[in-house]
Design a protein around this ligand. Sequence first.
Ligand code: PAF
Length: 285
Amino acid sequence: MNIVVTREELAQLAPVTGSTAVVMTMGALHAGHAHLIDVARGYVGDAGRIIVTIFVNPLQFGAGEDFDIYPRTLDDDVQLCQQHGADVVFAPSVSEVYADAATRDDIASGVSIVAGPLGDILEGASRPGHFSGVLTVVAKLFHLTRANFGLFGEKDYQQLVLIRSMVQALNFPVRVIGVPTVREPDGLALSSRNRYLSVDGRHLAAAIPAAMQRGLEVAHEGASSVELTVRQNLESIGLQPDYVVVTGTDLRSAPPQGQGRLLVAVKIESTRLLDNMPVSLGEPA
Ligand code: PAF
């Protein structure tokens, strides 16, 4: 496995005969990322190349968010990539990705991708500019890696929908693959930020997928019953969700009959936890 840190090193890797898949991460890798690497191999085959990017992107963090304390565990990350058969780890510095920009303000005042209205709802409502920061770095990493496939977890569902929209709207020659969320045995969606939780917080966090499951059980009654059930379940144990929303799978349409998406955001201690699940409205669970 090659570990490269500059754009030039990346560009100079020997050409591959097969196709290239990229798994973009901010490091602090866990079994969810490992699964993305495993799935990527199925798309590129043995002759192809899997590049894992590890980059904590300052542009997607707002003032007062966790950029400075975001876990940086490069040695462990490299080991996980190696164990799962990745071919390349690209772990650039901020100046390597954002040429002359020295600070987050410099970066933000440069050219960037505009996420549009979908970037302003749900996560975007609480984190202004977050999705423009995500799309800008994702666009750069697609270009730098020249990937044919990009694999992203459904855990960050809004991010996945926006990346698909960008790729389609701006004609990127890449196929975006959404991969179902990997969960702990008690149902909690894996996330690098779970490690911020105390033992009690971690215990409480399992209530999020449990409340969502209760909501899915009343999906035959429609979107508002699902939302109400999830919200009441969370509130009954003292959690105040930021949002509990059932929407169309494209996040744009009104709550449908048939396939939709249930999305939840809850803060536990100082950690914002996200989860989402597919929901079949109008059908008994
Ligand atoms: O999901 C993430 O880890 C990040 O948002 C991503 C896609 C690597 C962009 O920084």
